[in-house]
Each structure stands twice: as structure tokens, then as C-alpha cells.
Design a protein around this ligand. Structure first.
Ligand code: ATP
Ligand code: MG
Length: 568
């Protein structure tokens, strides 16, 4: 099991370097005799055991066997996957600025991976709900094509230990919230609430108790406590981490999740809770609700989580610059029929490659190819529908849940609304109100987009490449279909959608940008992460491009020593 996870880790590394062609990585590649060699300098290279397969990421790592070859010394020795990064960062092409951090993140990934096999039995256990099992599989798969996705910093302890939440009281006027209810009322049992109110009784009226992760608890203990928060010396159990880790499912009600602010970074972004994001989430939710009301296909295909309950330490005046280091949000997943035939699954769980997750989570003999076709068709129709309305949710697989009834896909549940991208020109044309987004214009923002082409790029990158494509790669391992079959099916779905569109302009954009463009946009994450000096609240990324997989492949090339790269 662990060796499979190590192999996945190597695969993510090769995929990201290849697809982004980080600093000319592809020029350092040679493939022969089932070995992919990555040249480090004139004499040294790393060898990964690989198969070549047609597709956007043609090198398929076979196992965790890595060899270090030194032509000067005439030696070839095996190294462990953990040791790969310290060698790799010595390569002349590796971005100078990112060496030390890459080694540290790589070690963090391996430290974290060691704890994951222990979670698998519970994912397979019939007593674990399908939703909870899907969060486990999603946690193991994590963000595709990102070699540092498993570097969880301080958040790793939410999985490896079972830390407790620390309750602090915030004085009146120091919490931003639109709620009259308090976190304790929603989160705690009656007995816990009674115990907590005994502690609050010693304080002046109006204090509100806020749960904090241990990291934020320590932060308050060690640094100036500008809000005058009071430690209630009261702790409660955390619940089970979902696939974003800092969001935890309540042990009392698995459809109630608590999302917590932290100063830890994952994927290079600090996972705090700036209140402007929360306000934007409310605004986005309001807009999405209006859109769903207008479109009956969307009403039945999309359900939104309720994310309106949030509390963040701060004062209104500095909303845009508040980093949101102390805060929490309570998310309610929709209360669908609780019958066993009704299933909600974190979509990215379906990208876990080592077993047919569909069969396990839907309790049946689902044919992976058929299930993939159904999912792709429904996903493409639904999210292109949203696009036509001028919006695109952050549709990677961790934010979207697939909803099944009697093993049939019935639509999607969206969570994490704070990054709804919009095209104001389109919204205005449709008579939809513009959300009042709070934006810190001093940092990069990609929420407000000038054209429908730019908006579509977020569907192409996050929806097709980061969400559907890895699910396809996993499903295809359990089917006799190929990646080319998958992309042909995606093409059919988009063509059918475009053919049914009334709006010629939108049809033209789909045709020019998705169906017939030579290249697709591609969200680069590794290069920007390695070259950016510090962490911020947004994940570092840049838009590159990649060959359009919907176009027929160029004539096949023999598997020679020639570098092959398509990303630019
Ligand atoms: N398939 C996936 N795609 C993207 N991120 C994933 C995936 N699986 C797990 N993750 C993890 O989830 C987080 C994604 O960040 P995102 O901002 O969407 O969520 P969040 O705000 O931390 O939490 P939540 O989604 O619960 O609101 C990252 O920590 C990432 O490593
Ligand atoms: Mg998320």
C-alpha cells in the first residue's frame, strides 16, 4: 500500500514537471528500455521505471524503484523515493529559488503518506458512510499533478493525531459575523454547551466562544492578543478531517462540517479565513441561487451547501486587509434523503487509482467506463450551463460532490463558494445582479474576468484537467478503454452541448476555445510555487498552455530518446 502511494508521489512529480515543462525539464528527459532518465548534470541522472502511453502525460511510473546513475564513477544504485528530491534539486535546470523548500515539502509529503494506509481500512469498512469513505479516498488521491499536495504542514496532525479544538471567548464587537447564533449552539452537545457557559459566566455579557485549532490556540498564547480574547480552558473533539483537512465532519452529524482558520499552508496557500473571502462566498451563493432559480436543468443538477454561518475576529473597517487568522465557518451539506440508496461522494475520491472506487462507494458492479461516461456528460452539461450564465465555480474535485441515487448520478453538490468566478459583461447582459465582491486589489485576483473565453478557461483547467481527467485516468485502469476514448467522449459531449445552444456567440467560443483550438490553457502550479518567495492566501499559479487533447494526435512517434513535451 505504502509503495503504491510512493509510486503515486513519483507520478505526480513526473507529471507536473512534464506538463509544465518546468525550466526546460523536458529537455533533460530520455526514454529507453522502460526507463525514463532525468539528466541532473553531465554525468548524473535519475532513472524511473516507466511505461509510455499516449496521452497528455505519457510517462506512467510503474513502481517506486528509482536509480541514481553516475557515469563518471560508473555506478548505478537504488535510492528511496524520499531521496529523489535532494538529488533532483541539484539539477542544473531546477529553479534556484525553490531548492530548499522543495526538499522540505517532499519530506513532509512522505511523513504524511506514512499515516494514510491506516485510514484505508476504515474507507473500506461497511460501517463507514460512503461520504466519509469518499473523503478518505480523496485525501489519499489529493490534488492531481501536484507533487507537494501531501505537504500539509501543521495540518498533518489533524490526521496523524486527534487534536482537540480550543475554545476562546472574543469580546463584544470583535467578531465579524452575519449570524445571531453562535458556533457552540450549532457544534456542541447540550452537556458541552452547559460546561462552556459556566466558563463564559465569569466574563462580561456579549463574549462569544470560538473554537480554534491548536496552532491558532498557541498563536494566541504566544503572540500579542490584539482582540483581547480569553482562553476558556475548554476543549472539544475535532471530528474527522475531510479531504481539505482543515474542514472537519462533525461526529454527531456527518452533514455538518466545521472549517477552521489556520496559518498552515497547503499547495503554497495559507489556509486562513480572510473575512473578505467569506463575504464573497455569501455574495457568490446569492448569485448562484438566483441562477439556479432561472434554469430548471440547473435546479435539479446543482445543490449548494449552506455556508452562511461564519465568525472571524476583526472589525468591519479593515475587512479587506484582515488576514482572518482566527475564525471558523460551519457548512451544512444538503439534507438529502438519508436512505441507503442516496449517496454523496467527494468527486476527487473517484480519482483514487488503486481500486475501482465507484464499485466500492456505490455498492455494486458499476462498469467504470459507463460510470465515467455518465459522470462526464452530466458534469460538462452542468458546468457549461453555469458558464452560459456568466459564472464558474472553483470546480476541482475536492469542492464538488457527486450525488447518486440508486447508483445513478443525479447531479452535484457545491461547497467552498468563495471563489466563484464571474464575467460581469455576461451577467449584466442576462440581467443578473453583480455580486459585491470585496477584493484586495493589491494582491492578484482572478474572480472578475473580462471575457467569456477567460471564464471558460477555469472550466477547462479546473473542471476538465484537474477534476475529470484524473478520474478518467483512474477509471481507465479498470477498463479496456484508452485515454483517447475518453477525450473522444468529452468531445462528443461538448459538441452535443454546443449544438443545442441557442446563443451563437457562445457556441462559437466553445468551438474556437475548446473544440478546435490548437492549445488549451493549462494551470501551472509547480513552477509558480517554486519561484514565488513567500506564501499568500491564494495558491500560486500561472496560465500556460497544453496541446488540445480533443484534436487527433499527431502521427505517433517511436519511443526514442527524443524529448517530447507539449506544455509551454
Ligand atoms: N482533488 C483535489 N483538488 C484540489 N485540492 C484538493 C484535492 N483533494 C484534496 N485537496 C486539498 O484540498 C484543499 C483545496 O483547497 P480549497 O481552497 O478548495 O479548500 P479549503 O478552502 O481549504 O477547504 P473546503 O473545500 O473544505 O472549503 C487543499 O489543501 C488540497 O491539498
Ligand atoms: Mg475546497
Amino acid at each position: 500500500m505504502l509503495r503504491q502511494l510512493y509510486t503515486d508521489q513519483l507520478q505526480k512529480l513526473v507529471d507536473a514537471l512534464y506538463m509544465e515543462n518546468v525550466d526546460g525539464f523536458c529537455d533533460s528527459l530520455r526514454f529507453s528500455g522502460a526507463v525514463l532518465s532525468v539528466r541532473l548534470d553531465d554525468a548524473m541522472s535519475l532513472g524511473f521505471s516507466c511505461r509510455m502511453q499516449e496521452g497528455l502525460r505519457p510517462y506512467r511510473v510503474q513502481d517506486d524503484d528509482v536509480r541514481l546513475q553516475d557515469e563518471r564513477q560508473g555506478t548505478r544504485c537504488r535510492i528511496s523515493p524520499r531521496e529523489v528530491m535532494p538529488y533532483l534539486v541539484q539539477a542544473s535546470w531546477w529553479p534556484e529559488a525553490g531548492r530548499e523548500r522543495a526538499v522540505q515539502w517532499w519530506q513532509e509529503c512522505f511523513d504524511f503518506l506514512e499515516h494514510l494506509p491506516a485510514r484505508l481500512p476504515s474507507a473500506r469498512d461497511a460501517a463507514t458512510s460512503p461520504l466519509a469513505a469518499s473523503e478518505c479516498f480523496a485525501m489519499m488521491a489529493d490534488r492531481p499533478f501536484h507533487p507537494f499536495a501531501h505537504a500539509k504542514g501543521a495540518l498533518a496532525r489533524l490526521v496523524t493525531d486527534s487534536p482537540r479544538l480550543h475554545w476562546w471567548a472574543l469580546p463584544p464587537g470583535s467578531l465579524l459575523s452575519k449570524q445571531s447564533r453562535q458556533p457552540a449552539e450549532l457544534l456542541l452537545s447540550e452537556a458541552e454547551q452547559a460546561a462552556l457557559s459556566v466558563r463564559l459566566r465569569h466574563l462580561a455579557p456579549g463574549y462569544v466562544a470560538l473554537p480554534l485549532l491548536p496552532t491558532q490556540h498557541r498563536l494566541l498564547l504566544s503572540e500579542s492578543n490584539t482582540f483581547g480574547a480569553v482562553d476558556l480552558i475548554f476543549t472539544t473533539a475535532t471530528g474527522s478531517p475531510t479531504s481539505s483537512l482543515r474542514t472537519l465532519a462533525s461526529a454527531r452529524n456527518e452533514r455538518m462540517h466545521i472549517k477552521l482558520s489556520t496559518s498552515a499552508s497547503t499547495l503554497g496557500a495559507i489556509r486562513s479565513m480572510p473575512p473578505r473571502y467569506l463575504v464573497n462566498g455569501d455574495e457568490a451563493c446569492r448569485l448562484l441561487t438566483q441562477i439556479l432559480e432561472r434554469d430548471s436543468a440547473l435546479t435539479s443538477a446543482i445543490t449548494l451547501c449552506d455556508e452562511h454561518h461564519w465568525w472571524v475576529a476583526g472589525r468591519e473597517q479593515v475587512l479587506v486587509r484582515n488576514p482572518g487568522l482566527l475564525g471558523c465557518q460551519i457548512r451544512f451539506l444538503p439534507p438529502f434523503d438519508q436512505a441507503p440508496s442516496s449517496r454523496l461522494l467527494a468527486m476527487s475520491a473517484l480519482s483514487y487509482p488503486h481500486e475501482p472506487v465507484w464499485r466500492r462507494l456505490l455498492d455494486g458492479d458499476a462498469d467504470p467506463w459507463q460510470a465515467l461516461q455518465d459522470l462526464s456528460r452530466c458534469f460538462i452539461n452542468t458546468f457549461l450551463n453555469l458558464w452560459c450564465h456568466g459564472v464558474m465555480p472553483e470546480c476541482h474535485g475536492q469542492n464538488v460532490l457527486a450525488r447518486y441515487q440508486h447508483r445513478q448520478l443525479h447531479g452535484f453538490v457545491l461547497r467552498d463558494h468563495d471563489t466563484l468566478r464571474i464575467c460581469p459583461a455576461r451577467l449584466t447582459r442576462l440581467g443578473l445582479p453583480l455580486p459585491d465582491y470585496q477584493i484586495d486589489w493589491t494582491t492578484p485576483n482572478s474572480l472578475v474576468l473580462a471575457s467569456m473565453e477567460e471564464l471558460l478557461a477555469y472550466f477547462t483547467t479546473l473542471g476538465l484537467q484537474v477534476n475529470l481527467y484524473p478520474i478518467a485516468l483512474a477509471a481507465l485502469r479498470h477498463s479496456n478503454r484508452t485515454e483517447a476514448d475518453f477525450w473522444r467522449w468529452v468531445r462528443t459531449c461538448i459538441e452535443d452541448y454546443a449544438a443545442a445552444l441557442q446563443d451563437e456567440e457562445l457556441g462559437r467560443i466553445l468551438s474556437d476555445s475548446l473544440l478546435n483550438a490548437k492549445a488549451w490553457p493549462f494551470k501551472q502550479v509547480l513552477g509558480p510555487l517554486l519561484t514565488r518567495p513567500g506564501a499568500s492566501t491564494g495558491m500560486p499559479s500561472a496560465m500556460g498552455s497544453i496541446r488540445n487533447p480533443l484534436l487527433p494526435l499527431p502521427a505517433p512517434r517511436p519511443p526514442t530518446a527524443e524529448p517530447m513535451h507539449e506544455a509551454s
